[in-house]
Design a protein around this ligand. Structure first.
Ligand code: ATP
Length: 430
């Protein structure tokens, strides 16, 4: 699909809101930014952290059969030869001879020979490797070329034996991790949908070969359910099987979890049957014995097959933001209708006036609440302005302390979406 960056009103509104309220900024903005790299501001980092924690909770903490890891970004260059990335991690690229714009050939309509922007002639496609190369070592002679990892998965495969020998695990089991990945993408755009530095949440599930289809089905359903659990509208999510021509070099079957963005259904997570490809390659390239020894089957030696779940943190952030964005025209406000569990703040406390006694009650309520949930204290500007601010960062509940609160120990709780207000008695923790 050919996508014109920033040409969708919703995306433009999200970019503006992100900047205005401190969700996301262009990286190095004071130097005019760097293409397709973003910084998370104070609101964005909370939203992102909540998403990562919910993934970790769902995929690692709450499961008996999945362990966590955190492997390094820099790895031995042989890893990327074994994995096939040096050979195969290319996208076909073409360039317009007139305006010099670059395109991914598979993002252009089939058999296009002219530039969609200026009508100029497109050059013969070239294969473009997406890995960032850097040098490791301080002297020219001693230094070696290394890559910034383009996926976190390989860190898991090369540690398979370390995990098996240091933990009591039996097939089937998984290893998950989240962390940064880097891809020198040819075309970028649509805000944080496709960036050059991003984070992934990946899990490699090791199984007996032959059980692939059932586990691929299981994990596809599990992962779809997780996105629904974040409060994303189920009717805007779908699971799409890959056609044979779309499969990555390591994969024999794959489902994408897709979300309906303004520019069409697009991938937010891939669930792939990687077969025994990765483990076989690492056994061959490292010459190490990375087989799983099945003690229940009298020491049978197995090269496990792998079902991978690979989600983008930033694409999930974008999905949650796009899905939550609501222009409430009746009440002339913009609301981020985040599910409370992903919202940067769960509650806001407002003292109505800076009158004696009132800020004390409000501060005490704030101090009590923030021991339990992320809470913000706001005593600046009119109450209407304070509500608008919280609506735009998606705080589900606002609590206003007024004159009466000093007498009746109650506050007004206002619901972000329905605007319903109720009087609520407060009980102090102290
Ligand atoms: P695409 O076809 O969109 O380039 P992909 O199929 O190459 O994606 P995978 O290699 O399957 O992506 O990566 C798994 C996940 O990592 C994706 O579903 C996406 O959420 C995330 N991801 C991949 N590339 C990027 C990127 N450049 N920016 C942000 N997230 C990314």
């Amino acid at each position: 699909m050919s996508v014109k960056p920033m040409s969708y009103p919703l995306m433009e509104k999200l970019v503006a809101l992100s900047r205005r309220r401190g969700f996301l900024f262009k990286s190095s903005e004071i130097y005019d930014g760097i293409n397709a790299v973003y910084d998370y501001g104070p609101m964005g980092v909370e939203l992102k952290r909540n998403i990562k924690n919910l993934w970790w909770q769902d995929m690692i903490t709450s499961r008996e059969d999945v362990l966590g890891m955190d492997t390094a970004i820099l790895m031995h260059p042989r890893v990327w030869e074994a994995s096939g990335h040096v050979q195969n991690f290319h996208d076909p690229m073409t360039e317009c001879k007139k305006c010099k714009r670059r395109y991914r050939v598979d993002h252009l309509p089939e058999n296009t020979a002219v530039c969609p922007e200026c009508g100029g002639e497109l050059a013969e496609p070239k294969q473009f490797n997406l890995m960032f190369k850097t040098r490791l070592g301080s002297t020219d002679e001693g230094a070696m070329d290394v890559y910034l990892r383009p996926e976190t998965a390989q860190g898991i495969f090369v540690n398979f034996d370390n995990v098996v020998s240091s933990n009591r695990v039996k097939l089937p089991f998984g290893i998950g991790q989240l962390g940064k990945a880097f891809r020198n993408e040819i075309t970028t755009g649509n805000f944080i949908f496709r960036t050059r530095e991003f984070e992934q949440m990946e899990m490699e599930f090791f199984i007996r070969p032959g059980e692939n289809a059932q586990w691929l089905e299981y994990w596809s359903q599990e992962r779809l359910k997780w996105f629904v659990s974040l409060g994303i509208a189920p009717e805007k999510l779908r699971l799409r099987p890959h056609g044979k021509d779309e499969l990555a070099h390591y994969s024999s079957a794959c489902y994408d979890v897709e979300y309906e963005f303004p520019y069409g259904f697009s991938e937010i997570e891939g669930i792939a049957d990687r077969g025994t490809y990765d483990m076989t390659q690492h056994i061959e390239f490292s010459r190490k014995n990375l087989h799983y020894i099945d003690q229940d089957q009298r020491g049978e030696k197995i090269v496990p097959a792998v079902i991978e779940t690979s989600a983008g943190v930033d694409r999930t952030v974008l999905t949650v933001m796009a899905d939550a964005f609501w222009e409430d025209e009746t009440n002339d406000r913009i609301v981020m209708r985040f599910a409370p569990k992903v919202a940067p703040f769960k509650a806001a406390v407002f003292p109505l006036f800076k009158k004696e006694g009132m800020p004390d009650v409000a501060r005490r309520l704030y101090e009590d609440l923030r021991k339990h949930v992320a809470t913000v204290y706001d005593d600046g500007g009119s109450i209407g302005k304070r509500y608008r601010r919280q609506d735009e960062i998606g705080t589900p509940f606002c609590l206003t302390v007024d004159h009466e609160s000093l007498n009746d120990h109650a506050v007004t709780l206002r619901d972000r979406d329905s605007l319903e207000q109720v009087r609520l008695r407060i009980l102090s923790d102290s």
